[in-house]
Design a protein around this ligand. Sequence first.
Ligand code: TA6
Length: 296
Amino acid sequence: ERVKTAAGLEKLVLRGQRNCSVEISLYGGQVTSWKNDYGEELLFVSSKANFKPPKPIRGGIPICFPQFGTHGNLEQHGFARNRLWTVDDNPPPLPINPAIKAFVDLILKPSEDDLKVWPHSFEFRLRIALGQGGDLSLTSRIRNTNTDGRPFSYTFAYHTHFSVSDISEVRVEGLETMDYLDNIKGKERFTEQGDAIVFESEVDKVYLAAPSKVAIIDHEKKRTFVVTKEGLPDAVVWNPWDKKAKAMQDFGDAEYKHMLCVEPAAVEKPITLKPGEEWKGRLALSAVPSSYCSGQ
Ligand code: TA6
């Protein structure tokens, strides 16, 4: 379904089995809602988020491209999340997976202004799909369409904001013993300790060469998010905590307690494409009941 939002921009709604659904804002090409069988919202979007240019939408799954982070003359996390995407009316023929209940293909190409800050032609195709079982997948295909032979390099992240009942009751499994760059300690390299990660203060870490699956366990909700990534070596884990939360005008002061970002990414080693080459990066999310024994 295509729906006009209050901000006058368009969003798309994918309907799954029972009460499953996904909402996508054409502004940013950004998933802003993913609901389970019971209609429960699984992603975090700030109550103070704005939904129209020029600021990005605070929450859901922002697409960070052609850069993750802040360097050079590009805006923070690149321009893809600050642009109006369009529905791709003639997507390349791809095998339709019977496990998919509904999907949409979006496309982004650089504007004249984009080419001034990032002088490369590209086609960025994004397939967002809702599975029969309520799982959500995002598949990005980025092609270098430069006609003058120039390769280009970029960094990338699916800046995924999960909704959690209480951050102090959340554990992340799968990143133990991994090396990471700590953004709040001058991007210095450390090695993670040997058991599940818990949260008691601001966290902003880029785990390097992280495993393809990471689990986010919400104790109170007895729910586990399983994050599966392909083509994306790294994983960013971020919670702003109280001080940083207060400093963000599009983020409620106490909202850090109910969100966690786990972001499949390519940060440490940029991706390079020669003209004609295409990169594929995939994110698959499922939310499953956690079989829980106390003190686990
Ligand atoms: O996801 C980690 C991070 O790079 C943090 O350093 C923090 O800046 C966060 O992204 C939010 O960035 P944004 O541009 O969405 O405010």
